[in-house]
Structure formats: C-alpha cells, structure tokens
Design a binder for this molecule. Sequence first.
Ligand code: TXA
Ligand code: MG
Length: 351
Amino acid sequence: MPPSAPILAPDTEGISRAVDALRAGQRIGLPTETVYGLAADGLNPLAAAGIFRDKGRPLVDPLILHVAPGADLHGIAQIPAPAQRLMAAFWPGPLTLILPRGPRVPELVSAGLPSVALRCPQHPVAQAVLRAFGGPLAAPSANRFGRISPTTPQAVHSELGDRIALILDGGPCAVGLESTIVDARSDDPEALRLLRHGAILGTQIRQALGLSGDLPTSRPVQVVAPGQLDAHYAPRTPLWRARGPLEEISAWPEGAAALYLTPPPSPPRAELWSVLAPDGTLHTAAASLFHQMRVLDEAQPRLILCAPIPAEGLGHAINDRLLRASSGEVEWGLEGLQWRPRVVSGPPPQD
Ligand code: TXA
Ligand code: MG
C-alpha cells in the first residue's frame, strides 16, 4: 500500500514540516478560504510537474500562483492599474487575477501562456505557509481532474492521500467555492472580464473600479480551463437540477437522493437527503455545497435531485458549479417527470 499523507495540525511543527516538504519539491494539501489546494513550489517546474501528475490534469491547463499579503511580485507579473485597484480592494481574499506573466514564472505553471493567474488567500494557515516558505506556491484545487473540489482535509485525503507529503488541517473552508477569476490584463478598466463566478461578484469588481453594472463574462479562446469546461466539479452519481420545489414532485423517482436548499416543509420522500443551508443563506449553501455533494455521492444513490437555487448574488456561483456537475434538468407536469439532458458543448450558459 502506498504511504498515506498525515493530516497535521497547523502549529509551528506542522507549518515547518509543510515548508520542508515544499522545499524538497513535494506537494502538500493546503487549506485556503475557498477550497483546499494541492500546493507546490510555484517557481520550480519539477515540483509543478508533480501537481499535473497527481491530479491527472492536462498540461495545457495553467495553475494559479498563490502569494502572501504584500509579497514582492517583481518578475512574477505586471500589474496594470485596474488590477492594482482590485488587489487593494479584495486581497487577501477569494479573487484570482489573470495578469501579464513575468519572466520568473516557469512556462509549465502558466501552460506556456503569456499570462499568469495570481491569488492572495485569506486563510491564516495558507498565509503562514506562504510567509514561511518565502515564495509563490502553485496550487490548484486538491481534487483529481474533473472531480469535486475538497473543502475539508478528509476530502483531500480521499482524493490524493496516497500521492502527497502531508495535509494541513485548516478546518472546513469558509467560502466553499473556488475563487472568482477576473481577466485583468488590460489598462482599460472597461476591458476586464469575468472568467469564473465566485464569492466576489462581478458587480463588486465593477464598483471597485468606479464603474456601474455587472462585469461582462468571457471565455478564453486559447485555453481550455477545467473551471470553464462544461462538465466539471462532477460527482460520480448523476446530478439533476429540479426546475421547481422538490416537494411538488408527486412520483418520487426510485432511489433518488434529494439536495434541498432549505429544510423541506414536510418529511421528504427521498430516503437519502440533505440540506445546503439550514439557516437559509446562500453563504451557507456555498460553503456546504461540495461537502454535501461528496457525502451524497459516497452513499451511491441512483441519482441526486437538487432543488433550484435563486439566480442572485452568490447564487450565480452556486448555479455555475451545479450546472457543470449536472446531467440535466428535471421538470414535471401532467405527464409526470420530464428529463432534459444537458448538451455538453458550446459556451456554458451564464446565469
Ligand atoms: O479558489 C481557488 O482558486 C482554488 C484555491 C486552491 O486557491 N484554486 C483553484 O485552482 O480553483 P484550479 O487550478 O482548480 O482552477 C484555476 C483555474 C483553472 O480553470 C485554470 O485554467 C485557470 O484558473 N487559469 C489559470 N491560469 C490561467 C491563465 N493564465 N489564463 C486563464 N485561465 C487561467
Ligand atoms: Mg479545480
């Protein structure tokens, strides 16, 4: 049996073992406020190569470099003025900026692109490791390629425990969805684009730039990013998004598990069910989404039926992840349940 990565408390000893592993070119499970990262020395191409190998990730898919608050970005990226404003407004926090790449970034990390993704995480354990390590860490989400991002150290262990040196225990992730990604390569604030929905909303980005309205979305042409793939974040169990309240389904499909947004008004007919937000907030729903999907998936129901999530605020990011995880939508009427499989091609719908 391959050795299994220990889950360590993030005390002085844990942080120092993590830094030793990183200096030796190994990978570690690193907590951040969004999801757990699979971290390695971001300026060492061999260490970064290990990330691609561990995840089963195609080499064309670039990594995010994580930096400590106030880190020297000289040679890492150029920072146009609008990007500078966004850093001042949202860093440290769940915002990744795509910037013109500096010469110190290995080609492998940015998949040969002239740009690089940078993020300054807010989680105290991520910051402690970054400071002690003294350089940028490349860290994608610590899941196997195409699978659900981990939001607990145990989830990292079940995804990658046999491949990495250790996992630091930073508790469950407070945000629970991957960072918002903004293409911020331009000097013109109007030219910035949203590449991935996250906890920081497009409207907040525009506001910080002194602009009104929502940030236009775009899909990079030269890179196929998993966060931008139509099918991603997927549980093994087929997940279907319901078009209306689950309690209105008269003939509950045999063996289907239910994923509610709020506690159901009456006892559910599903044998297996869970609630994303017992307190009714989208914040709690986002924080628990990947964990709940993982828990239901492990119980191996025939399928998962998920209640609708309002398309407002954080609901955009939640719906984005649910859409990519889903096999399609379910509607019901006089003829009973109608299953509308999702066509996985073309640009993903933006909601
Ligand atoms: O919250 C997060 O961002 C987490 C935590 C660990 O920080 N990380 C994360 O990394 O979600 P990952 O690799 O799973 O997703 C990063 C996304 C990918 O879709 C990647 O293709 C895109 O960022 N990306 C990275 N560099 C890029 C670039 N230069 N241009 C466009 N997209 C880029
Ligand atoms: Mg990922």
